[in-house]
Ligand binder design. Structure first.
Ligand SMILES: [Ca+2]
Ligand SMILES: [Ca+2]
Ligand SMILES: [Ca+2]
Length: 183
C-alpha cells in the first residue's frame, strides 16, 4: 500500500480523534455525531439525527472496533492505518462499508434539503465539525464540482468519499476531503 493512503488516513484520524487524546474511541464517534447534529442545528431526536447516530455507531461496531488489536477499547493511529489497509481494499465493498454513513451525513449537511450540497453547506459542516480551514474547503469543493453547477449531488459526494477511502490517485481532489494532505 501507499504513502498517499497513510497520509489520507492520518488526516482522517486527526479529525476523528475529537477529544485529541491520540486514540479513536466510541466516545469520539459519539462526539462526532453530536457535533454534526449541533452544526446542523437539528434536534437530537429528529429522524436525520437519529439515523446519523445509529449509522456512526454501526461504523464504530463494524469497521473501527474490529481494528482494536490489543483490545484496550481504543484505536491508535497504527491500528487504524493497518485496519483501513486490511479492510478497505475493494471499492466494490463501498456500499456496505461506507455508503450508509455517507448518506446520513449527506442529509445532515444538506441544510436546505434540496438534495445537493452547495459550497456554503460544504464549508459549514467541514469547518465546524472537522476544523477544515475555509480556504481548503473552497478549493476542494471547486475541484469536486466537476460540472461547475455550484453544488454536489449525492452521486458526486459518494464518488468523492469512495475516492478518499479507496483511491490511490495523488491528483484526486477528494484526497483533501477531510483537510489538506501533503504530496
Ligand atoms: Ca480520542
Ligand atoms: Ca487498541
Ligand atoms: Ca443544499
Amino acid at each position: 500500500m501507499t504513502a498517499l493512503q497513510d497520509l489520507k488516513y492520518g488526516q482522517w484520524f486527526r479529525g476523528a480523534d475529537v477529544d485529541g487524546d491520540g486514540f479513536i474511541t466510541q466516545r469520539d464517534v459519539r462526539m462526532m455525531s453530536e457535533r454534526y447534529i449541533a452544526a446542523r442545528g437539528t434536534a437530537p431526536e429528529a429522524a436525520t439525527a437519529r439515523l446519523l447516530t445509529e449509522g456512526m455507531d454501526g461504523f464504530w461496531t463494524n469497521v473501527l472496533a474490529p481494528m482494536d488489536q490489543d483490545g484496550d477499547g481504543k484505536i491508535d493511529l497504527r491500528e487504524m492505518t493497518e485496519g483501513f489497509r486490511r479492510v478497505l481494499t475493494d471499492p466494490a465493498q463501498y456500499p456496505e462499508q461506507i455508503e450508509p454513513v455517507t448518506n446520513y451525513f449527506f442529509d445532515l449537511a444538506d441544510l436546505n434539503g434540496d438534495g445537493k450540497i452547495d459550497q456554503a453547506e460544504f464549508q459549514q459542516m467541514y469547518y465546524s465539525v472537522a476544523g477544515v480551514p475555509g480556504e481548503d474547503c473552497a478549493a476542494v469543493f471547486a475541484a469536486l464540482d466537476r460540472d461547475g453547477s455550484g453544488a454536489l449531488d449525492r452521486a458526486e459526494f459518494h464518488q468523492a468519499v469512495a475516492e478518499f477511502f479507496y483511491g490511490n490517485d495523488p491528483d484526486a481532489p477528494a484526497n483533501h476531503l477531510f483537510g489538506r494532505v501533503a504530496g
